[in-house]
Design a protein around this ligand. Structure first.
Ligand code: ADP
Length: 415
């Protein structure tokens, strides 16, 4: 089956076209046919398109909404110019898989989209007001453009974490708040953490139940996950993606009393403070320069910038703290896995996070570590390291495509 994978953000649409099927999944022989991203979907959009084996194409074109962006993608896919093999008309797109950020407590697995499912995703909007509306726009647009005959599947960022026990997901606030409003840890980046667990067991040749690892997704958004016996035991993002690690513009863990204090001192509204915690904090907030780790590393190295160094040190220290906490919570782990733009590309950040973890049995092999960048995969710990470390480039799109096939063909599985 040819699966169109859509990841609709508030101002962008990312896509991949993946050929896969039940037997293809078993053989691990899925084929990525094309991919790309449309940024600034409202206005002068920046379009990047890439068919496998062909050069990347970059175009600027005025678009007015998510629907026109998806229409543009579909027209490109079936056009002779894209040179995608075996795709000549919309009938060659057999199903669509959507990344949906929040599935609430309802969705513990991917779901075939029906009117009822759309209503349930709408019910989760109050939990993810920044993300779910864009995901829904993508679903509605794909439905209109491809027709009701093409099945669509929602794959939730939260589902993988549905195995967390109460001891991980409940906050220690009055229990009625959970009962009345479902205030709890949901966790995000689930498809990424799940992919890492899947790929790790393939790499080391073990069964799902034997996977005991700590995964660190370090991109613009960052989260850690404790995966015990193949399932999410705990994760650092919480009720919203704000909690946990230091991120590009989010501060992660902090004392909630700060909100009232800032409100009084700075005369800001709670909404303004929330925006500040989400958009002006983290690496950007501490450095006062940028949310981009690459730039911060350059500032630190070339100009010896104190606050750039501080931001990086706080970032690494927080990640280290979570590793320690999760090792304790899991009663020991076999490996730490790095992924995301920072985790995949920056040997120095990986080294700084792991520094001092020899007390937990981890020794980084500097040579191996320095060689793994730009999409490469492999081990970065020494042969005799008791706790291992790996870099595994994430591939959420692949799992979304696979879940789509399994859901459409009614072969439900978590992995
Ligand atoms: P998103 O979460 O938006 O998908 P990415 O996973 O692409 O983001 O990660 C973006 C982050 O990765 C940025 O902070 C960027 O600076 C960082 N990054 C990318 N390449 C490197 C590199 N070579 N060294 C350090 N950081 C890098």
């Amino acid at each position: 089956m040819n699966i169109l994978v859509l990841n609709c953000g508030s101002s962008s649409v990312k896509f991949q076209l993946i050929e896969t099927d039940i037997d293809t999944i078993e053989k691990n022989a899925d084929k990525r046919l094309a991919g790309g991203v449309i940024e600034r979907v409202i206005g002068q959009a920046l379009i990047t398109l890439h068919a496998e084996g062909q050069p990347k194409v970059k175009i600027a074109e005025p678009l007015h909404d998510h629907k026109s962006a998806i229409d543009y993608i579909l027209r490109w896919i079936i056009s002779p110019e894209s040179k995608i093999t075996n795709i000549n008309s919309l009938a060659d797109i057999h199903a669509v898989g959507h990344r949906v950020v929040h599935g609430g407590e309802k969705f513990t697995m991917s779901a075939l989209i029906t009117d009822e499912i759309i209503e349930q995703i709408e019910d989760s909007i109050e939990l993810a007001p920044l993300h779910n509306p864009a995901n829904l726009k993508g679903i509605m647009a794909a439905r209109e453009l491809l027709g009701p005959g093409v099945p669509q599947v929602a794959v939730f960022d939260t589902s993988f974490h549905s195995t967390m026990p109460e001891t991980s997901y409940l906050y220690a606030i009055p229990y009625q708040l959970y009962r009345r409003h479902r205030i709890r840890r949901y966790g995000f980046h689930g498809t990424s953490h799940r992919y890492l667990a899947y790929r790790y067991r393939q790499l080391v040749g073990i069964n799902r139940e034997q996977v005991n690892i700590i995964t660190l997704h370090l991109g613009n958004g960052c989260s850690a996950c404790a995966i015990k016996n193949g399932e999410s035991l705990d994760t650092s993002m919480g009720f919203t993606p704000l909690e946990g690690l230091v991120m590009g513009t989010r501060g992660g863990d902090m004392d909630p009393s700060i909100i009232e204090f800032i409100r009084n001192k700075e005369g800001m509204s709670v909404r303004e403070i929330d925006t500040m915690f989400n958009k002006q904090s983290g690496l950007l907030g501490i450095s006062g320069l940028t949310n981009d780790m690459r730039e911060l590393l350059a500032e630190e190295q070339e100009k010896d910038d104190r606050r750039a160094k501080l931001a990086i040190d706080i970032f690494c220290n927080r990640a280290k703290k979570y590793i320690g906490a999760y090792i304790a919570e899991m009663s020991g782990a076999e490996a730490i896995i790095f992924t995301g733009g920072i985790g995949e590309n920056s040997p120095i950040i990986r080294e700084r996070i792991c520094k001092g973890l020899d007390c937990m049995g981890l020794t980084i092999d500097k040579k191996l570590n320095s060689k793994i960048t730009s999409g490469k995969e492999g081990e970065i710990s020494t042969g005799d390291s008791r706790l291992k470390a790996f870099v595994i480039p994430t591939n959420e799109e692949l799992l979304i495509a696979r879940d789509t096939v399994r859901t459409v063909k009614n072969v439900p599985r978590r992995w």
